[in-house]
Design a protein around this ligand. Structure first.
Ligand code: NAP
Length: 243
């Protein structure tokens, strides 16, 4: 898909990987819908607009079905189409399974997996009518390998891979692609909170011997949207951590 003038919704784009994804699409000339629960700084919007594109912020919790519907319908109203949907909003609630509360599991599932479903459920009908579209879901290396202390998060991210493959199969006849990206350890606020000891331990498992950058995930999302013959795939951006 040629991204110039297209409409891209990026959930969870107030910071981190989502912010970098929004910028990568803006650089390609796409109009951007930013989303998060808390307000997004005006300077961030202005920065994206400096690429000569239109940027709108639609705040809301993607884990709520009706809110997701509202985000998609407002995006369509503002821009006339929804061409790319990047489901990036995600949270962690790390605990060993023996200490994990029901709420820790439900909250992670609700945002990461249900939120992804909610947005696809509302955006896909528009894409089917257009007979074009690109859906990118942000999974995680942990969804492929599992991880101590992240049973809830890993389950939600593994679920995203199954969801991605199913949507890819259902939407393919209308020229719509659906792919997942499984980042490894990427430098963001989500990973800044991990102790130095854990960060050092992680480095020993990464053949490329460094953490990834949000831009490296963002460029992969753009690559997938621009390639109309890749669908149902999970692309690892993990420095070789899992092969
Ligand atoms: P982050 O810095 O914590 O940013 C998360 C973003 O999601 C924020 O904009 C946050 O804004 C938004 N968000 C959270 N819950 C939301 C909800 N219910 N509805 C709408 N927006 C919501 O995280 P990140 O490190 O950039 O990670 C982005 C994605 O990549 C996540 O799906 C994460 O699981 C995945 N990932 C990250 C890494 C890594 O190493 N960083 C590795 C693998 C996968 P508000 O708080 O205002 O809502």
């Amino acid at each position: 898909m040629d991204l110039k003038g297209k409409t891209v919704i990026v959930t969870g784009s107030s910071r981190g990987i989502g912010e970098a994804i929004a910028e990568a699409y803006a650089k390609r000339g796409a109009n951007i819908v930013l989303n998060a629960r808390k307000p997004i700084a005006e300077e961030k919007v202005a920065h994206l607009e400096s690429y000569g594109v239109t940027v709108k912020t639609l705040l809301g919790d993607v884990s709520d079905f009706e809110t997701a519907k509202e985000i998609v319908s407002q995006a369509k109203e503002l821009f006339g189409s929804v061409d790319v949907l990047v489901n990036n909003a995600g949270i962690t609630r790390d605990k060993l399974i023996m200490r994990m509360d029901e709420e820790d599991f439900d909250a992670t599932y609700q945002v990461n997996l249900k939120g992804t479903f909610n947005m696809i459920r509302h955006a896909l009908p528009l894409m089917l009518k257009q007979r074009a579209g690109s859906i990118i879901n942000i999974s995680s290396v942990v969804g492929e390998t599992g991880n101590t202390g992240q049973a809830n998060y890993a389950a939600s991210k593994a679920g995203i891979i199954g969801l991605t493959k199913s949507v890819a199969r259902e939407a393919a006849t209308r020229g719509i692609t659906c792919n997942a990206i499984a980042p490894g350890f990427i430098e963001t606020e989500m990973t800044d909170v991990l102790s130095e000891k854990i960060q050092e331990q992680m480095l020993t498992q990464i053949p490329l011997k460094r953490f990834g950058k949000a831009e490296e995930v963002a460029n992969t999302a753009v690559f997938l949207s621009e390639n109309s013959y890749i669908t149902g795939q999970t692309i690892s951006v993990n420095g070789g951590m899992y092969m």
